[in-house]
Design a protein around this ligand. Structure first.
Ligand SMILES: *Cc1c(COP(=O)(O)O)cnc(C)c1O
Length: 219
């Protein structure tokens, strides 16, 4: 089931689009099964679980993405191991990641999470905040700005989802034009189990898929 799902999804991804298998709430064994099907990139959203899985699976050559809300008192569970932090969603967190990187001699690759969905509660920056940060990008000596992440509205309306994806895709192109010196700023992480085929129409470079690979999560 895991293997078949990965093969089916991969078969539909254009070359250059990275599949992140979101393994949160699923056991180590599920990740090993995905690995056996050729999957190498995994995503987790809780610091404790992230660190535990990184440790338990250190015999495999995996790429780890962190994609959940990260409190600044949990940085040490995540930053030593994350190949990409996809979910930097506040200035407070960004500054803390910069400070951690400086103290630990590490440059952290991050995506800035843009608030795109209709939900009020959703995390993420507004466009003006992203602009303010990138205008001061050189101040962040220990951050590598790699692009944007976003979660579309949780809805059955394809038009609403497309509108969310169009907005983040347009904003990303605008930023690339405005800040050509940020040569790493090229990732657009959009698309989850319910909407990833649509995300491809808007230039997704990363899709983050959990349920469609591993099945429903047992919370
Ligand atoms: C859980 C999660 C996903 C995967 O969600 P599915 O609907 O199970 O594919 C993707 N992105 C983020 C940020 C998540 O927290």
């Amino acid at each position: 089931m895991i293997k078949e799902s990965i093969i089916a999804i991969r078969g539909q991804l254009p070359p250059g689009v990275k599949l992140v298998a979101v393994s949160k709430f699923h056991p180590e064994q599920a990740i090993r099964e995905a690995y056996a099907a050729g999957q190498r990139v995994f995503g987790e959203n809780r610091p404790q679980e992230f660190a535990a899985k990184v440790g338990a699976l250190s015999d495999l050559d995996l790429e780890w993405h962190f994609l959940g809300h990260l409190q600044t008192n949990k940085l040490k569970l995540v930053l030593p191991y994350a190949d990409l932090v996809e979910s930097v969603d506040s200035l407070h967190l960004l500054d803390a990641v910069q400070d951690w990187g400086k103290a630990n001699g590490k440059v952290l690759p991050v995506l800035l999470e843009l608030h795109i969905g209709a939900e009020q509660t959703k995390q993420g920056f507004h466009e003006e905040e992203v602009l303010d940060i990138l205008f001061r990008a050189e101040k962040y000596t220990h951050i590598r700005f790699c692009g944007l992440m976003g979660m579309a509205s949780h809805t059955d309306s394809e038009a609403d989802i497309r509108a969310d994806f169009a907005r983040i895709a347009d904003f990303k192109s605008y930023l690339q034009d405005l800040f050509p010196e940020l040569t790493d700023f090229r990732e657009l992480s959009i698309g989850m189990s319910g909407d990833w085929p649509l995300a491809l129409d808007y230039g997704a470079t990363i899709v983050r898929i959990g349920t469609a690979i591993f099945g429903e999560r047992q919370y």
